[in-house]
Design a protein around this ligand. Structure first.
Ligand code: GLN
Length: 280
């Protein structure tokens, strides 16, 4: 016999592999029971059926091997949305919600064209689309399976002002944009953190960039100049130690109003710049 309270106590088994063991078990249990988290605290004495116990056991074993919870349950929360995830692309992270906030702060709702480069699950484009119904968003990714995943996430969340296209960075795109956002790969290939935690299960194409992690950021900042409307904004995510290099890069390329913003953990995470225009 196993009650919900007993199942939650199994988080002890995940302590050695996860710094969010308790939350991990809660999310696995929610997936097994097909219930929201509040259910776990309302019904601690409910018993799991035999097949539910077995399913939970298999999930715990996978988590003990290091597999991310999002891959085990097949989805994750980002902003106000539920998104399907897969090993084809990065798992959306709370840090990236800072990028969404910064983008929303800079443009009101209106008929603006906004581009998300390397969209992956579509997380950023879809979050922006949900908050700005009049924006027309394009999410672009080089990985066909990511584009298909992003499209499923669009449908799942019932958003109609986003389109996903396949291609390498700016290649498939035409015209200029009012805003370009991106969470590109930015980890230094030599970073030891690539051998730890969830990133081991994510594709290196979504994580790693040459030039100590700055190659794709540099490429985006250079190319965006020809793809932004005058007065258009560029915002991208980067590593905690890449704020200064990112800001310098944007200034050197002629961007104005350059600013680096911290994530919820207090680390430099987003850098913003504005392409010169009349409206300044
Ligand atoms: N922030 C992620 C990590 O360090 C990496 C995301 C990315 O490379 N864009 O785990």
């Amino acid at each position: 016999m196993m009650r919900i309270a007993d199942a939650l106590a199994l988080s002890a088994r995940l302590e050695p592999v996860s710094d969010s063991a308790r939350l991990d078990v809660e999310l696995l249990l929610c997936a097994v029971l097909r219930q929201p988290r509040s259910y776990l605290f309302t019904w601690p004495d409910r018993e799991l059926a035999a097949d539910q116990r077995q399913q939970l056991e298999r999930m715990l074993e996978r988590r003990q091997q290091g597999e991310p919870v999002a891959h085990i349950v097949g989805h994750t929360g980002f902003w106000t949305l539920q998104l399907e995830v897969s090993p084809d692309t990065l798992i959306p992270r709370p840090d990236t919600e800072t990028l969404v906030e910064q983008a929303l702060e800079r443009l009101a709702d209106g008929p603006y064209r906004v581009l998300d480069l390397g969209t992956g699950t579509g997380a950023i484009a879809l979050a922006l689309a949900s908050e700005r119904p009049a924006w027309r968003l394009v999410g672009c990714d080089r990985v066909a399976a990511a584009v298909a995943l992003a499209e499923r996430n669009r449908q799942r969340n019932g958003l109609t002002n986003v389109e996903f296209v396949e291609g390498n960075w700016f290649e498939p795109l035409q015209g200029r944009f009012d805003m370009i956002v991106s969470n590109p790969p930015y980890i230094d290939p030599a970073d030891p953190h690539l051998a730890q935690g969830d990133v081991r299960f994510e594709p290196s194409s979504a994580l790693v960039a040459d030039e100590a992690g700055m190659a794709d950021i540099r490429w985006i900042a250079e190319q965006a100049r020809a793809c932004l409307k005058p007065g258009g904004w560029l915002l991208f995510e980067h590593g905690y130690d890449q704020g200064e290099a990112s800001a310098q890069l944007l200034r050197r390329l002629g961007y104005r109003q350059v600013k680096t913003v911290r994530d919820y953990g207090g680390r430099d995470r987003i850098t913003v710049g504005r392409w010169p225009g009349d409206e300044e």
